[in-house]
Design a protein around this ligand. Structure first.
Ligand code: TYM
Length: 347
């Protein structure tokens, strides 16, 4: 059978009545925090029940930030532990490290050919990150091309991400469209699967929860650390004294209660806040206890994994093996369509 016909059959097989393949990634820029959990990880765990999923630790994205080389390996291990501890299951999902699959960077380079610089320069994250930089690394501009390559290398149709990544996903769709227009229909235009609760604000109640801002709570934090962090959370600015009436609807602590505290208690928490009968410190105590309880088993599983890094290593290596075989096949077809399969062409 001719090469082209095999391709068509493979494509049809995937498209008919099968749920889309899922891909998502996370930077190993620190242990996962509540924003990562609500924006992404929680959905990832659900999706693996119904979809074929690929979850990637994107170390090649992380090096566009300022992570010291000597810390990267530990951060990869910590993030892998977070993935497994929240319930990602290596029997169901492919869990791996981006740099173990060199095809990611190869596809990113090939996508450079179809990506307008103007589209990259429009990215909000690029503008924010580079606003005060004197010399901008090219990697920050090209960052979303690598992200598009991550997703499209597996021809994934669904990408569970937090709100801050929607613009990058829109660019991924644009890259897929432009590539398909030039080289023939091959890549899907992936859709986002939003996380829980939109953009999760940090403890400052202002900025997105983010490691670089320092306003996070780590999902693997021990109870003392949870309280130390939650204690600092900014509440309703109009509530100056303990018995001033508060407004739960503008208070980020209440928003976090909605995610972590037993729903039966939420009315009481909101009413006591409005009446000024429970102070912010007492309210934060309840939140800290809820977070502590929510992640109790996750912390226990993480402790077991920390004691057995060889197990984590074996999981990542097996994941990379599976990812590589998919990636190799995509790259073979992409090279062929882009005219690089010169050996066959020469006959
Ligand atoms: P990263 O590593 O910054 O974040 C990982 C995931 O967590 C979500 N997230 C949040 N969601 C809600 N509120 C927050 N405060 C919050 N902080 C983080 C992010 O939306 C993301 O889903 N460029 C990506 C990583 C990446 C990727 C990919 C994602 C590389 N290749 C391919 C999807 C598909 C990033 O920096 O995410």
């Amino acid at each position: 059978m001719a090469e082209g016909q095999m391709t068509t059959e493979a494509e049809t097989g995937r498209e008919v009545g099968v749920s889309p393949r899922v891909f998502s990634g996370m930077q190993p820029s620190g242990e996962a925090h509540l924003g990562n959990y609500l924006g992404a990880l929680r959905r990832w765990v659900e999706l693996q029940e119904s979809h074929e999923c690929f979850f990637c630790i994107v170390d090649q994205h992380a090096i566009t930030g300022d992570i010291p080389a000597e810390e990267l390996a530990t951060r990869i291990l910590d993030l892998a532990i977070s993935f497994l501890a929240v319930g990602l299951d290596p029997e169901r999902s492919v869990i791996f490290v981006q740099s173990d699959v060199p095809e990611h960077t190869e596809l990113a380079w090939l996508f450079n050919a179809v990506t307008p610089v103007g589209s990259l320069e429009r990215m909000t994250q690029y503008k924010d990150k580079t606003a005060r930089m004197e010399s901008i690394p090219a990697g920050l501009l090209n960052y979303p091309i690598l992200q598009a390559a991550d997703i499209l290398l597996y021809r994934a149709g669904a990408v569970p991400v937090g709100e801050d990544q929607l613009q990058h996903l829109e660019l991924t769709r644009e890259i897929a469209r432009r590539w398909n227009a030039r080289y023939g229909d091959f890549f899907p235009e992936p859709v986002a699967i939003p996380g829980v609760g939109g953009r999760i604000l940090g403890l400052d109640g202002k900025a997105k929860m983010s490691k670089s801002v320092g306003n996070t709570v780590r999902i693997l934090a021990e109870p003392d650390e949870i309280w130390d962090r939650v204690r600092t959370a900014v509440t309703d600015p109009q509530r100056v004294r303990r018995d001033d009436p508060g407004r739960p609807e503008v208070c980020n602590v209440f928003t976090l209660h909605q995610h972590f505290t037993n729903p039966d208690r939420l009315d009481d928490i909101a009413n006591q806040c409005r009446a000024g009968t429970r102070g912010c410190v007492a309210c934060k105590r309840i939140l800290a206890e809820s977070i502590e309880e929510h992640f109790r088993e996750v912390r226990e599983r993480a402790a077991e994994l920390k004691a057995d890094p060889r197990r984590v290593r074996a999981i990542l290596e097996a994941g990379a093996e599976r990812a590589r075989s998919e990636a190799r096949e995509t790259i073979r077809q992409v090279r062929d369509r882009m005219g690089m399969d010169w050996r066959s062409a020469w006959g």
